[in-house]
Design a protein around this ligand. Structure first.
Ligand SMILES: NC(=O)c1ccc[n+]([C@@H]2O[C@H](COP(=O)([O-])OP(=O)(O)OC[C@H]3O[C@@H](n4cnc5c(N)ncnc54)[C@H](OP(=O)(O)O)[C@@H]3O)[C@@H](O)[C@H]2O)c1
Length: 300
């Protein structure tokens, strides 16, 4: 990348700038740690994030461990409520309800996916609006769509941090989001729209998606489809944000974007080490914001 100003420009080196989510997340967490240490009221309790997890295939516990480790590192207390794999819908919803009612809890999230016998959306709908720090409820998404103050999901908070750090111009940019799921693709599209980018969303029924993607200054991949996006999808110099986190049978985690895209793009996120670490930092940022609101600290 060369030149000054907004960096949705050209790739004249034949190799994209790799946007380092790990490093950014570390700096973000350090900032949060200082802020929490300096701003939380002396003698009072610290912010607390509660995570509901239903025992399943084991991946969930790995993600929760990581979130709790980061929470501890920045000075956020965490609590994990583990229910057995056989838990009923009522048991899971009641667990969420108890955390909603608990004055000591600032943020509530449910680790996904849930076992197939549980109705995910009904569980998420139980999360109290003021504690929805993962921003996954239909209510939060609706507020985001309506342009009202809303919890923005932690993945999108992470993307916002990334694009800001790398000075990617959003106003007037042409953005294409691949995937319309309410957890990643749709909130990313709504966020970009709110920032005055012109946004197109691609899904499985979209004809000729490559041609549409090639119009993008900013291409966000949220398809959960390993290697779906090759260089033929990418306009030279485009900024590529790969949200894909796809575990292969050999255990490796890969994104939706092929590595060869680096020869065409201006900037791109790696997987792992891109959006993932920023998502966790975004969750902590939202939890701290919920605490600040609750205690009227004026920072959020
Ligand atoms: N980095 C993070 O922190 C983070 C957080 C959450 C999720 N993720 C990852 O993000 C990815 C997406 O997750 P998700 O929960 O949104 O997945 P999902 O529920 O399977 O949704 C995938 C979306 O992509 C679209 N899609 C899939 N294949 C496509 C294709 N060949 N062409 C066009 N569109 C296609 C689907 O279209 P239809 O609607 O037409 O089916 C759907 O809208 C996964 O890899 C997941 O692990 C990452």
């Amino acid at each position: 990348m060369t030149g000054k100003g907004p960096k949705t420009g050209v790739n004249d080196s034949g190799s994209a700038v790799i946007m380092d989510g790990r490093e950014l997340a570390r700096a973000w967490q350090d900032r949060l740690k200082r802020e929490i240490r300096d701003c939380r009221p002396a003698g009072g309790r610290g912010p607390l994030l509660a995570i509901v997890r239903v025992d399943g295939d084991g991946q969930g516990s790995r993600y929760v461990r990581r979130k709790r480790a980061v929470a501890e590192a920045v000075g956020i207390l965490s609590r994990e409520l583990v229910l057995p794999a056989t838990a009923t819908q009522k048991m899971v919803e009641e667990a969420v309800g108890r955390l909603n009612a608990d004055e000591a809890v600032d943020g509530v999230m449910v680790q996904l996916p849930l076992p197939a016998h549980l109705e995910r959306d009904a569980v998420l709908a139980r999360i109290a609006a003021d504690k929805d720090v993962d921003g996954l409820t239909a209510a939060s998404l609706g507020r985001l769509a309506a342009g009202e103050p809303a919890w923005v999901g932690s993945t999108v908070v992470g993307i916002r941090c990334l694009l800001k750090h790398y000075q990617v111009a959003l106003v007037g940019a042409r953005a294409v989001v691949v995937g319309r799921n309410r957890f990643v693709g749709m909130p990313a599209a709504l966020f970009l729209n709110r920032e005055n980018a012109t946004v197109t969303v691609i899904h499985r029924k979209t004809p000729n998606p490559e041609a549409i993607a090639r119009t993008a200054d900013i291409l966000v991949a949220a398809a959960g489809n390993p290697g779906l996006i090759g260089s033929e999808w990418v306009k030279p110099g485009a900024v590529i944000v790969d949200c894909g986190a796809n575990r292969l049978p050999n255990g490796l985690v890969v994104g939706d974007v092929e590595a060869t895209v680096a020869t065409v793009a201006g900037m791109m996120t790696p997987v792992p080490g891109g959006v993932g670490p920023l998502t966790v930092a975004g969750l902590m940022d939202n939890t701290w914001a919920a605490y600040q609101r609750r205690f009227d600290l004026g920072g959020a």
